[in-house]
Each structure stands twice: as structure tokens, then as C-alpha cells.
Design a protein around this ligand. Structure first.
Ligand code: NAP
Length: 287
């Protein structure tokens, strides 16, 4: 018995594109590829002579290019009518929505995607990809999409995959900034390999508890009942963080913006709130 595997066109063979192509080929999907520069096609893939030829080859077309401008540059002179276009290029929510309109105007059904994995994580259980846009495209191609990463549908607003993608990456940049600061602070006194398990363990536990705690308070709007770590207390502790950095000669550039927001919220009368009360200090409504 032969199992039908959806044939896929993949535009873009950078690090991520090559990882995706490899995973689809390994899962038995026929893959047609095109890339701006030559010599990157993986063994087993069919190399198209142009982007237009690649798009014409299959109904399911996946773009994994550098940015939104390169998606337009590559697809502008291709015939997208009757295609299911899935864009795995990192973009902003507004770019995702604009690209959805652009694709619909060219007769394609469109899904925007956000890859929540590095190339090495592709086709491992840790990888997931967020999709938003035309639900039928997600449902019809779910099996093919599952071959590269756990597919998660983020709704019919084509901007939502990008919004969640960028929100998750932004959280990562804050967390990574804190980790970098912590290693700088301990450098020369505590061996990094000794410090790492303590740091990783505490971050894992705090990230779980704090994330759900903030969500609960934002959902209810209650930032002041049963407060365990008030902003007023944390603001005083901030001084200790800054003085310790000064004693160690370590730059505070990574932690200062967060501590400054804390000080501002306390000055604005939010000292009795939990950390969830900081969110309101950033949103457009507060300015
Ligand atoms: P990359 O290695 O830099 O590859 C970029 C790809 O875009 C290449 O195929 C490149 O073609 C093509 N490209 C760039 N500008 C172009 C243009 N003007 N016209 C035509 N093609 C153009 O990047 P990547 O790591 O594969 O990332 C691809 C996408 O996945 C990005 O949006 C990235 O944010 C996202 N992503 C990456 C990772 C990661 O860890 N790598 C993780 C999650 C999401 P050439 O080969 O000819 O240069």
C-alpha cells in the first residue's frame, strides 16, 4: 500500500528552509525547491529553475525567506491563483495581515506562520509552529505541517501568528537579558558551570509561577489581593541590584529599563500591586 504524501513547494533554502526541506523529505513528501542563490538544494528535492516554476509545481507553497520584503520580491511575478500559500517568514502582525490581503488578491488561500524553533529543533518534539489565517488551509495540510513541527492554529486573524511569535521572542529577550546580566555579575567569583544549575532551576520555577500568576491577575483585573511581592518592596530591592552591579563594575544596561518601570509605577501610586501591575505601565492606554 502506498501512502499519499502532499507534495510541497518550498521557497527559501537558508538555515531554516534547509531544515524544513530535510524534514519533509525524510517524512516522504515530494519537495520542489527554489532559492535565490544556487547550490543549496538538498538531495532528493526537485530544483525548480525559477520561483514561478516552483509555485506552478504544487498547490501547497511554503515561503521561508529572510523578511517580508523578500517574500514580496520572490512571489510578485508568480501566479498564485489556486495555491495554498504558507508564509513561515518572520514578520509583524500588520505585515501578516497585509500579506494575507495581497495573497487573496492573487487568488491564493493564505496562512501566516511563526516558527518557534531553531533549525536543529525542526522535526523534534520541542518544535512548534504557530499558524493563523484561513482555517481550511490549516486543517487540510495539518499532516504535512506536522512532519516539521507541532502545528498550532492561532485563529483566523492572519496577524495573530506573528503577534504570538513576536511576544514569545520578546519574552525570551527579556529573560536572556537577565541571564546575561547574572553571568556578568558572578564572573570571576563563581564558576559558570557551578552557577548554571541554580540559575536554570530558579528561572524555570519562577517563569512557570510568574507567567500564570500575571495572567490570572490580568484576567481578573485584581493586582492587589494576596500580594506576595509588592512593587514597593521590589523597588527597594532594585536599589540592591544596582548597587551590587556598581560594586562589581558590571553595566546595568540590561536590567535598568525594567527597574525604571518599577520605580515609575511605584511613583504613580501602584506600590501595593504585584508585578502584574507593571503591564499597565507599558500599554498605550497608560500613556
Ligand atoms: P537565512 O539563513 O538568512 O536565509 C534567508 C533566506 O532568504 C535565504 O534563502 C536567502 O536566499 C533568502 N533571501 C534573503 N533575501 C532575499 C531576497 N531579497 N530575495 C530572495 N531571497 C532572499 O535565514 P533563516 O535562518 O533560514 O530564516 C528564514 C526565516 O525563518 C526568517 O524569517 C527567520 O526569522 C525565521 N526563523 C529563523 C530561525 C532560525 O533560528 N534560523 C528560527 C525561527 C524563525 P540566499 O540563500 O540567496 O541568500
Amino acid at each position: 500500500m502506498t501512502t499519499h504524501k502532499t507534495p510541497i513547494t518550498l521557497l527559501g533554502l537558508g538555515s531554516m528552509g534547509r531544515a524544513l526541506a530535510g524534514a519533509w523529505l525524510a517524512a516522504g513528501h515530494p519537495v520542489t525547491v527554489w532559492n535565490r542563490s544556487a547550490g543549496k538544494a538538498p538531495e532528493g528535492a526537485t530544483l525548480a529553475a525559477s520561483a514561478a516554476e516552483a509555485v506552478a509545481a504544487n498547490r501547497l507553497v511554503v515561503a521561508c525567506l529572510l523578511d517580508d520584503a523578500s517574500v514580496e520580491a520572490v512571489l510578485d511575478r508568480t501566479d498564485l491563483s489556486g495555491r495554498d500559500l504558507i508564509n513561515l517568514t518572520t514578520n509583524t502582525p500588520a505585515e501578516g495581515r497585509k500579506r494575507a490581503e495581497w495573497a487573496a488578491g492573487r487568488g491564493a488561500r493564505f496562512l501566516d506562520g511563526g516558527v518557534m524553533a531553531t533549525p536543529a529543533m525542526i522535526a523534534t518534539p520541542a518544535a512548534f509552529i504557530l499558524y493563523s489565517g484561513v482555517a481550511e488551509v490549516f486543517d487540510e495540510h495539518r499532516d504535512a505541517l506536522a512532519a516539521v513541527a507541532d502545528p498550532q492554529f492561532a485563529g483566523t486573524d492572519p496577524g495573530h501568528a506573528a503577534l504570538l511569535d513576536v511576544a514569545l521572542l520578546s519574552a525570551m529577550s527579556g529573560l536572556f537579558g537577565g541571564l546575561v546580566h547574572a553571568f556578568a555579575l558572578t564572573e570571576g567569583e563563581v564558576p559558570p558551570r557551578e552557577f548554571a544549575p541554580m540559575l536554570a532551576g530558579l528561572m524555570a520555577a519562577l517563569a512557570q509561577a510568574t507567567t500564570h500568576g500575571i495572567a490570572e491577575r490580568l484576567a481578573t483585573g485584581d493586582h492587589t489581593t494576596n500580594v506576595e511581592s509588592s512593587l514597593a518592596m521590589q523597588d527597594v530591592a532594585s536599589g540592591t541590584l544596582l548597587r551590587t552591579a556598581a560594586e562589581r563594575g558590571v553595566s546595568t544596561e540590561l536590567i535598568e529599563p525594567y527597574l525604571a518601570l518599577m520605580a515609575r509605577r511605584v511613583a504613580e501610586g501602584h506600590g501595593a500591586e504585584e508585578s502584574s501591575g507593571l503591564v499597565g505601565g507599558l500599554t498605550p492606554a497608560s500613556r
